[in-house]
Design a protein around this ligand. Sequence first.
Ligand SMILES: *Cc1c(COP(=O)(O)O)cnc(C)c1O
Length: 816
Amino acid sequence: MNYTTKQIAEITQSQLIGNKDLKIQHIAFDSRSIYSVIKTAFIAINTPTNSGEKYISQAIEKGIKIIISENFHPEFDGITWIIVENSVKFLQDLAKYQVEKNPQLKTIGITGSNGKTIVKEWLYQCLWNEMPTVKSPKSFNSQIGLPLSLLQISEKHQLGIFEVGISKPSEMQVLEDIFSPKIGVLTHIGTAHSSNFKNEEELISEKILLFKNSETIIFNGDNVLVYNKIKDIYTEKKLISFGLENRNDVKIISDPENLNEEIKVQYFNEEFSFPANQRDEATLTNALALVCVMKELHFSNEKIIEKINALKAVEMRLESVNGVRNNLIINDSFNLDLDSLIIAYQFIKQYNKAEKTLILTDIIDVKEDEFSLYNKVADLTNEQNFSQVFLIGTQITRFKEKFKAKTFTFRKTKKLIESQQLEQLENQLILLKGARIFEIDQIKKHLELQKHDTVLEINLNSIIHNINVHKALLKPETKVCAMVKAYSYGLGGYEIAEFLQHHHIDYLGVAFADEGVDLRKNGITTPILVMNPEQGSYDTIIDYNLEPEIYSLRVLELFTHQLQLKGIQRKYPIHLKIETGMHRLGFKEYEIDELLAQLKKYNVKVASIFSHLSSSDIPEEKEYTLSQIEIFKRVSDKIIKELDYKPIRHILNSSGITNYTDYQFDMVRIGIGMIGISPTPEIKEQLQNAVTFKTVISQISEVKKGDSIGYSRKYKAEKDTRVATIPVGYADGIPRLIGNKIGFVGIHKEKVPIIGNICMDMLMADIGNIAAKDGDEVIIFNGNPTLEEFSEYCKTIPYEVLTSISRRVKRIYIKN
Ligand SMILES: *Cc1c(COP(=O)(O)O)cnc(C)c1O
């Protein structure tokens, strides 16, 4: 895209206020991840649940000069405005225009439930050096993502590969109207359907609307409903079905489990074979989709085989790990192109580290001329304020002069490591971005804080996803407090809070003042509620601007006394806890008159009134729960009547949100639900697993029938078998009581029993004839077994399991 402000206003029939000759090449919609302000406009997107106009000032602060918005905000100086009627529609109209203006473009549209992104990325790997190709970045596929992706199309492109995802009925029609692909690809559609669709059939009908005007439809025919529906509806089109089932036009006719045999494909009446390392069903099915598209584009079988052989895994995650000398390493050394570099630059915006270092290699898979490519890379990089840049390779190093930061060049990764310059890095955010062949993973290993095989892996995106699943049940204006007490339920300290803050969580909840202080020291500015404000900690609470739970008249008096001692002038925020049936902490109903009388005397502001449900997860206790809610309502009404402002009210925890949605009041407090646990099956199904405890096998031994395993000879082998020794024990938080076949761990996707007594740092498992070897991964929980299953072995609940994982187990954080 390359337009002036005037052209854009004309194309979309919008009103222009300001400079009509400014150039727009990019549109940013998330003010937090603006990575460049050159020729960039910010669009304030208004959706039913959020208004992007809140973030206009942030965008302007970052240097944006052009704002696209539904409303004009005259308070900002020197800004050019494009005033649109509907922000989402604006993007869609502009994208439609962009597609129509480029009739030379052959288009491929990919939809489905699983595999869209992999098929798209793989197709791109196969096709980019055959013809100029444009694609959607990573998994940019929504109502907003598709238009933004389409805006990248230019005259030079011949092929466009776009992912089209929907989450609700009637969305596809809108998208099909702006983007109607010549070749439609439908990947796997699972039987599970999201709750937004009545049933599987509705989901399928909606997705295949994308192909209304396609010439060819390439579809996964393993789902019989899909197969019949497409054959019924699209009788006039060229249809190609692929999959593992026999009815498909394109299928696999060899036995994938036989590793000595290549994968043999039948394509209508033709047969050919290709080698494959990964042979799981999803990978093979996705490969079939590639075969079909390449055939459709008239590739020879030899060429197709060559392309499939060259495929590389699509890694979709950026990994952040703590490094030595308080460095934070963001590792994205899986692939490198301009798109993924931009994503990495957007990503690092969310960290507060003052100093940043970039380690960047040659970009390999690109057909653009070097000069223009590395100029773009340097321009983008110069906008990120890195304090130093290390360039590795033979190409990029020739452009050293273009980089404004202190820049060093190396021919090879090894040379940088040998130079000892890495040893100088301290307190830095270090972004590692390299093409795979440079193996800059070596740098990560070099900088990483002590490497551990045993880790608790936390997926931060899943946490946000899970919050959003809960939020979808709530009114848009209901606030969310994330409970991050007890080291975020064992998952970690500020890392999680930082991510939640970045995603605009309204409140954070901790148990003790110390926990809140830790967050503040790490740059968390979100309001923090302290539920157990110990008497000795009032001073700290005030110093660090934490907000105490006040649960008795005594605490109110002591706390306000401290406020006076410190000479605090402003009305200090406090949170009143009401006792409604938990019988733990809180004001009893009969104390409220006295409380109200006292409140008038003190210089405090009741920021919120809340209570806690004892049994929101237990259906049999519905009556009790409702009575708690009733008391809460009555008491809080009474308090509010006496105040001349409205405090926030909240009572629901995670299972409260799902089971008592009607009583959300002004805020909810989510805890375990963030991690992916819910007692409600329909909710559980939508949640993602946010935590995995895993390690690797230290050693495998053959044992004979009758041999004893471990301390005290508590277990004797029942037959000849193989035993894996696994480096976690009760000191890591695995209860000793789950030894001797009470508990299981996961190896090669199977559950294998723990045998013998669990030791302090190790345990043993009977792996029978599973083809595992030393160093293979072991899942302690979440996967197979799940966290819930593991909790059952331990005769407890996930909360206790998580908070018992010892601090010596390294936490690592993954963001997709
Ligand atoms: C821990 C806690 C929560 C969160 O409970 P979950 O069941 O984990 O959602 C909510 N409110 C209070 C007061 C808590 O202590």
